[in-house]
Ligand binder design. Structure first.
Ligand code: SF4
Length: 298
C-alpha cells in the first residue's frame, strides 16, 4: 500500500514524485507523516461537533493552493510533527477516550495509505464514526480505497467555474474533479443517518464557502449540487466565515469579507432549490475556527 509513495498519484495533481526518497510533492508531503494538532474541536457543523467536540486530526500539507487558506501554517508552511502510523492509531483512541463524537481527519488526502494502516490497527476498538474532511480536490480512485473506512464525508464544493478555481486555488480542473468526488462519496455513504442525539453516524456533508464577489459561481455550485441531490441525499453547509487573512495584491476582490446581502442571496437560492441544512451567522468569522497549530495532542 505504501508503494504508491514511490510515484505518488494520490491526488488529482498526480505529480508522480518519489516521496519514499524524501522528495516533497506539490502538496508539501514527503516520506514523513506530519500532524499539526489532534484535539477536540467545537466549530464544525452541530451534528459533527455536538457538545462533546469532534476529534480533529489536522494533517500537514494540501493538494490545493488556495490563496485565502485559513490553515496556511499547515497547508503551505509544513508545520507539523513527524509521527509513526502506530502513534496516529493511538491518537485516534485517545480522542475517543476523551469523548470525541468522531475522528475528524482534516486535509488527509496525501496520507491516505498511512490513515488506512492506522485505522486497520484500531478498527476493533474504534466505535465512533470516521470523518474525512477535505477541500474536495480528490481522485475517485483514492476515495475508493477508503470505502469501508470512512463513515462521513465532509467535502467542500468550492467552485463551478474553472477560471476561478485556477485563479484562486491553482486547480483549473477543480469543478469536474470535485463534483465527481462528491458523487463517489454519495455512492459510498448515501443518505445521512443520525444517532439518538442527532449526531451524524453516516453520510455526506457538502460545504460551500461563499466568497466575496462570488455569488454567481455560488449559484452555479448549488445548481450542480441540486442535480446530485436527485440521486442521493446529503446535507449542505453554507459557510459565511471567509476572512481575508493576508492582503491579496492580484485578486483584490478577496480582500474583504462577504456582505450580508451576498450570503443571504446564496442562502435564499439554496432554499429555492430545496436544500435544507446549516447556515452560519455572518458574524461567525472568528479566529476560533482556526485553532493554534501548536502540536497539541500529537
Ligand atoms: S498527494 Fe501530494 S505528492 Fe501525491 S500526487 Fe498529490 S500533490 Fe503529488
Amino acid at each position: 500500500m505504501m508503494d504508491i509513495l514511490q510515484s505518488c498519484r494520490l491526488c488529482p495533481r498526480q505529480c508522480g514524485v518519489d516521496r519514499s526518497s524524501g522528495k516533497q510533492g506539490y502538496c508539501g508531503a514527503d516520506d514523513r507523516l506530519l500532524v499539526a494538532r489532534a484535539a477536540l474541536h467545537f466549530w464544525e457543523e452541530p451534528c459533527i461537533s455536538g457538545t462533546k467536540g469532534s476529534g480533529t486530526v489536522f494533517f500537514s500539507g494540501c493538494p490545493l493552493g488556495c490563496r485565502f487558506c485559513q490553515n496556511y501554517e499547515i497547508s503551505a508552511r509544513g508545520v507539523g510533527k513527524a509521527i509513526s502510523i502506530q502513534r496516529l492509531a493511538d491518537i485516534f483512541l485517545e480522542l475517543q477516550d476523551r469523548g470525541a463524537n468522531n475522528i475528524n481527519l482534516v486535509s488527509p488526502t496525501q496520507y491516505v495509505p498511512h490513515i488506512i494502516k492506522a485505522l486497520e490497527l484500531v478498527k476493533a476498538r474504534l466505535s465512533i464514526p470516521v470523518v474525512y474532511n477535505t477541500g474536495g480536490y480528490e481522485r475517485v480512485e483514492t476515495l475508493k480505497q477508503l470505502e469501508g473506512y470512512v463513515d462521513i464525508w465532509l467535502s467542500d464544493a468550492k467552485y463551478a467555474d474553472p477560471v476561478r478555481s485556477k485563479n484562486y486555488s491553482a486547480a483549473q480542473d477543480y469543478p469536474q474533479t470535485a463534483f465527481a468526488a462528491i458523487a463517489e462519496m454519495l455512492r459510498q455513504c448515501g443518505t445521512p443517518t443520525f444517532d439518538e442525539n442527532g449526531m451524524l453516524r453516516r453520510g455526506v456533508i457538502v460545504r460551500h464557502l461563499v466568497l466575496p464577489g462570488g455569488m454567481k459561481d455560488s449559484f452555479a455550485v448549488l445548481d450542480r449540487l441540486a442535480e446530485q441531490k436527485k440521486n442521493h441525499d446529503f446535507l449542505l453547509s453554507l459557510m459565511a466565515q471567509y476572512t481575508p487573512y493576508r492582503k491579496d495584491e492580484q485578486y483584490t476582490e478577496l480582500n474583504r469579507r462577504i456582505s450580508s446581502y451576498e450570503y443571504r442571496r446564496v442562502c435564499e437560492y439554496a432554499q429555492q432549490l430545496g436544500f435544507e441544512g446549516f447556515q452560519q451567522e455572518r458574524s461567525s468569522a472568528k479566529e476560533e475556527y482556526t485553532p493554534d497549530f501548536d502540536l497539541t495532542g500529537v
